[in-house]
Design a protein around this ligand. Structure first.
Ligand code: FMN
Length: 239
């Protein structure tokens, strides 16, 4: 399924129809998750469906997916990468979703290694918006190559508190990926910038596929330091 068109039409949905999806529809969601590519195949995540969550900025929805790990490196980026594929998939089916970074499973299965929650279901109103309605940084604030198709797909990606904590530097045949290091007080209230990087890379991967290019991401390697940012890795460019 080409998820590309959902990138430029999706929005965070915060008003849901109370009626849950049928068990067959929920089964399709589970199957879809199994089919999504991870960013790091060796980093395992667990997916749990719950019906009640709590926390600041919580949104009432018929379904919640809790993504959890074991506390290992790469889990947050993987959660962003896989979770955003689900968000685009839901949008492509006329359903809505919203990431909930501050929400926790309200049931007894809550674990310290839970990473993030996604709410989803049938929405009141439309799950879509016009491209002109996205509130985002200018492309020149997040890259030195404003024409890059993949970075243009990242520009409109969702991020916690809409911080867009990323910079993408084109160098030779690579896109260098940097994560912004938030300063207090933002860094105290928001700790999921690694999930945001995974979401950004998901948009890059979906755009790569759409334009017929490979998506290869390498974590680490050498790169010039960028003040206020941490180098994360590099991807191949889309030509
Ligand atoms: C990791 C993450 C955590 C988020 N947490 C919340 C949240 O707790 N509550 C909420 O209403 N929205 C949350 N959002 C949604 C963002 O506020 C939203 O993506 C951003 O403002 C951009 O708007 P858009 O998604 O409609 O394009 C979160 C988004 C991400 C990616």
């Amino acid at each position: 399924m080409d998820l590309f068109s959902s990138i430029s039409q999706r929005k965070s949905c915060r008003k849901y129809i109370e009626k849950p999806l049928s068990s067959a529809e929920l089964e399709e969601v589970k199957e879809a998750i199994k089919g999504f590519e991870p960013l790091f195949p060796d980093v395992t995540l667990n997916y749990r469906f719950v019906t009640s969550t709590k926390g600041m900025f919580n949104v009432k929805a018929p379904h919640y997916l809790v993504i959890s790990g074991k506390g290992e490196e790469g889990e947050q980026e993987n959660a962003g990468f896989v979770g955003q594929q689900l968000m685009l998939w839901l949008n492509a089916r006329g359903l809505g979703g919203v990431w909930l970074g501050a929400s926790k499973d309200a049931g007894e299965n809550r674990k310290p290694s839970d990473i993030v929650v996604l709410a989803f279901g049938k929405v009141q109103g439309s799950p879509n918006r016009e491209l002109s309605q996205f509130k985002r940084k200018k492309i020149s604030e997040i890259t030195n190559d404003t024409e890059d198709k993949g970075v243009n797909a990242i520009r409109i990606a969702p991020s916690g508190m809409n911080f867009q904590p990323w910079y993408f530097e084109k160098k030779a045949d690579k896109i260098l990926v940097y994560r912004q290091i938030l300063k207090p007080p933002m860094s105290i209230i928001y700790k999921l910038t690694r999930v945001d990087i995974g979401i950004a890379l998901c948009h890059y991967a979906v755009a790569s596929k759409h334009y017929g290019a490979d998506f290869n991401f390498q974590v680490g390697g050498s790169a010039e330091e960028k003040r206020g940012y941490e180098f994360f890795g590099y991807a191949n460019i889309i030509d």
